[in-house]
Design a protein around this ligand. Structure first.
Ligand SMILES: NC(=O)CC[C@H](N)C(=O)O
Length: 382
């Protein structure tokens, strides 16, 4: 028997639907994602911590879920809002139905919502605080719970999403018929570069793309002091994506400043990009409804080249606030917002979108090669 579910927004709007995940309630910021595929990667992306995600693509669940497409250990999003959950998944890689997967992870989710109407509302009013309730529903309590959620501004979630202990990563990208290839030996020969990745909520495909570029990665906790990072003798440091507001992450901002002073090659992705900006003296701001999708055009300012990119962010670095030593490198062609920066006085650069694009197009992958070039130049200078 289908159980009822509701989505309540801070403005008092209630959407009615049916429960397709666990019963109970979940609060967070409601955001829409326009990607047509990749719901499993989206659900497991730690950047979605404390966010209730609605997908504008109407049929969600039709390819099921599998063990290979997880971007982290299980579901990170606070909840899922969809138009239609198909009766049965059909795909040769499918191992589990989406509904069973949601319930296994205790995730509250709703279907039969007019996600077009919801998305229009979010575009007009901006990202809303919301509450999903499934099973027993109480509209007034749901609106009150939505309003009690403090919102993501000022919320440091990078340290929450981070790993507790360091670990090594050498796994490369998934290949049809092979899955994830075993790491070839000897490691040093196949992976000439050692990258330390600050984990602020890292996605596995970033690690796989680094491995594809010849990097052996040591993933470290968000709060690891720079002195300990330097003991690992990195060729470069990756600043990962992650959830929440970059501004309160003072431990990361201070560490990154120290790394730039030591001229360690740096590559920042999404939250890592915002943190590089803040540590260099720029300002971050909350966007109205952010960028969440897999078809966002971004222009490389120097070459004029346009790339189709994967995006998932609700904060941005304000281009008007860039200091002398930060050069804008990329801009969004949707709204003109800043998408990439480069330090002019040390080997550090960053990108607001997702070059690892999981899900999404591969246009921005060459940024991983650029990181290797910086490490190469830095090694030959020493
Ligand atoms: N994907 C990310 O790293 C997101 C960065 C940050 N939490 C934002 O919403 O802007």
């Amino acid at each position: 028997m289908e159980k009822p579910a509701i989505l309540a927004l801070e403005d008092g709007t209630i959407f009615h639907g049916v429960a397709i995940g666990s019963e109970g309630r979940s609060v967070g910021e409601v955001v829409f994602n326009t990607a047509m595929s990749g719901y499993q990667e989206i659900l497991t992306d730690p950047s979605y911590l404390r966010q209730l995600v609605t997908l504008t693509y109407p049929h969600i669940g039709n390819t099921g879920v599998n063990e290979d497409d997880e971007e982290s250990d299980g579901i990170q999003a606070a909840g899922l809002i969809v138009r239609d959950l198909p009766l049965e998944a059909s795909n040769y890689r499918s191992r589990e139905e989406l509904g069973d997967y949601l319930r296994r992870h205790g995730t509250v989710a709703i279907a039969e919502v007019d996600t077009r109407e919801l998305t229009r509302l979010l575009r007009e009013k901006g990202a809303q605080r919301g509450c999903l309730m499934a099973g027993e529903v109480d509209e007034a309590a749901a609106v009150a719970a939505a309003r009690e959620f403090p919102g993501l501004s000022g919320m440091d979630l990078a340290a929450v999403a981070s790993t507790d202990t360091p670990y090594e990563w050498v796994q490369k990208a998934w290949r049809h018929g092979e899955g994830y290839p075993e790491a070839p030996h000897p490691i040093e020969e196949h992976y000439p570069w050692h990258v330390v990745a600050y984990d602020y909520g890292i996605k596995r495909n970033i690690l796989r793309m680094l491995a594809e570029s010849g990097c052996r990665v040591t993933v470290v906790p968000a709060r690891m002091p720079v002195s300990e990072v330097m003991e690992l003798a990195p060729d470069g440091v990756l600043l990962s994506n992650g959830p929440g507001d970059p501004e309160p992450c003072d431990y990361a901002i201070d560490a990154i400043r120290e790394l730039t002073e030591r001229r360690v090659p740096l590559f920042g992705i999404c939250l890592g990009h915002q943190l590089l900006g803040l540590s260099s003296g720029a300002r971050s701001e909350k966007m109205k409804f952010g960028h969440h999708g897999a078809n966002h055009p971004v222009q490389d300012i120097a070459s004029g080249r346009v790339m189709i990119t994967s995006q998932n962010h609700g904060f941005a670095i304000d281009e008007a606030s860039l200091p002398e030593n930060l050069r804008p490198t990329h801009r969004s062609l949707f709204d003109g917002s800043l998408q990439g920066i480069e330090r002019t006085d040390c080997p550090a650069f960053s990108f607001q979108g997702h070059p690892e694009a999981s899900p999404g197009p591969h246009d921005v992958r060459p940024l991983f090669d650029h990181f290797v070039e910086l490490m190469k130049a830095s090694r030959s200078a020493h």
